[in-house]
Design a protein around this ligand. Structure first.
Ligand code: ADP
Ligand code: ASP
Ligand code: MG
Length: 408
């Protein structure tokens, strides 16, 4: 008998028929002799709908109240799935994050799970029930409801799998595995049989939303083998594991991209020591993450300082910079929200020179201007104009032969 955690995303529980199908599937696992913990997201579109309601009433809704609101989406699906299970004769019980004591810190809207009390879950499993837990939510030490950031149900599932020492953590979604790039952008993308934690972590943090970044961090830290599978068809999916392929790893394993980027340039700053700190210090103090950074060569004692932030933080960042720019004697602050970041990722890049050259050559051939570049051991990212996103992804996918063809 194994203990398995199965997570179903928004599309997979997007209507009553689909919820019924999930009930059938998890019951089959239970009847095969396993103990099953199910984690569900809100029905597809529901979290966005709730966000819109909030924004219609407040420009900057209080983060605590937002969490109280957003967590209701998942509360609906746990109850409906449990009813569906009981309806087909399968004993089940639903729990909100607070009810099973998924304890988080108090960082509303992006809380981190700190501790899970497995007591209630184990008792219910031992009583022969399927346990249905709300994804994406927890409770802080003061009893406030918290949420884990968009896509957070993945993290709930992996964290539960870790806490329960589960044998498997299956993430059921609307694609049948992890692909070389988002199959919605490049139809020639290829499903990977396996991917390393390290690569998946990089892909996720660079925008591949198939798994929330933090879920991959958890899986890596607690050695939880994660499999991504389709809710709608049978298949092997993709296993995220520690092991690298026994054959030589491909140089590049995938292309990730993020549309959620914005660029800000502080123009004509007097070039002397301390500029980067003067500009970025107040931004980090406001809890805003800065990503790619570029400082131009100084001309006539002045320089331009450019960096990217999450598009949701753009207005706030600009606000902070107005006064900073004035103090520094900068000429102007310019913003651009029509940019995206495209990245090639692969642990095999470590030992191969020339990946960057191929990437830049491919983009040049397509006449795509590179605005900024950032590299690490296993990825190269470029910032480009938004309208070239699809073109860039497809051209790079072909150039690195990710569809299985010959490299350019
Ligand atoms: P869920 O609601 O089940 O959590 P998400 O929408 O969060 O599903 O994640 C699945 C989506 O991730 C897919 O529909 C796909 O468009 C997108 N995606 C982005 N990059 C990849 C990738 N490399 N492989 C597979 N899917 C990807
Ligand atoms: N419902 C939340 C969201 O839409 C969490 C999740 O689906 O994982 O982001
Ligand atoms: Mg998701």
């Amino acid at each position: 008998m194994a203990l398995i955690v199965q997570k179903f995303g928004g599309t997979s529980v997007g209507g009553v028929e689909r919820i019924r199908a999930v009930a059938e599937r998890v019951t089959a696992s239970h009847r095969a002799g396993h103990q099953v913990v199910v984690v569900v997201s809100a029905m597809s579109g529901e979290t966005d709908r709730l966000l819109q309601l909030a924004r219609a009433l407040a420009d900057a809704p209080a983060e605590r109240e937002l969490d109280t609101l957003l967590s209701t989406g998942e509360q609906v699906t746990i109850a409906l799935l449990s009813m569906a299970l009981e309806g087909i004769g399968q004993p089940a019980v639903s729990f909100t994050g607070g009810q099973v004591a998924i304890m988080t810190d108090s960082a509303h809207n992006r809380a981190r799970i700190e501790h899970i009390d497995d007591h209630k879950i184990r008792a219910a499993l031992d009583a022969g029930k399927i346990v249905v837990v709300a994804g994406f939510q927890g409770v802080d030490p003061h009893g406030n409801i918290t949420t884990l950031g968009r896509g957070g149900s993945d993290t709930t599932a992996v964290a539960l799998a870790a806490a329960l020492h589960a044998d498997e953590c299956d993430i059921f979604t609307d694609v049948d595995g992890i692909y070389t790039t988002d199959p919605r952008v490049e139809s020639r993308a290829r499903r990977l049989d396996r991917i390393t934690f390290e690569e998946m972590l990089e892909m996720a943090s660079l925008g591949a939303k198939v798994l929330q970044t933090r879920s991959v961090e958890f899986a890596m830290k607690y050695h939880v083998p994660v499999r991504v599978l389709s809710s709608f068809q049978d298949g092997p999916g993709t296993l995220v594991t520690n092991e690298e392929n026994s054959v030589e790893a491909p140089r590049v394993s995938g292309i990730a991209f993020s549309r959620n980027e914005a660029k800000i340039t502080v123009v004509g700053v007097p070039d002397h020591p301390g500029i980067a700190y003067a500009i970025l210090g107040p931004i980090s103090a406001a809890n805003i993450n800065v990503d790619v950074i570029l400082q131009n060569i100084s001309e006539a004692g002045k320089t331009d300082f450019t960096f990217t932030v999450d598009r949701n933080d753009f207005a706030k960042t600009q606000g902070i910079l107005q006064s900073v720019a004035q103090q520094l004697g900068a000429e102007d602050v310019r913003g651009d929200t029509h940019i995206v970041k495209v990245s090639v990722v692969g642990v095999g890049m470590r030992s191969h020179a020339g990946i960057a050259a191929t990437m830049f050559e491919t983009l040049a051939r397509e006449n795509i201007n590179i605005q900024m570049i950032s590299t690490s051991e296993i990825k190269i990212s470029v910032v480009i104009e938004e309208k070239y996103l699809e073109l860039a992804v497809r051209a790079l996918h072909a150039a690195f032969a990710l569809d299985g063809g010959a490299a350019a």
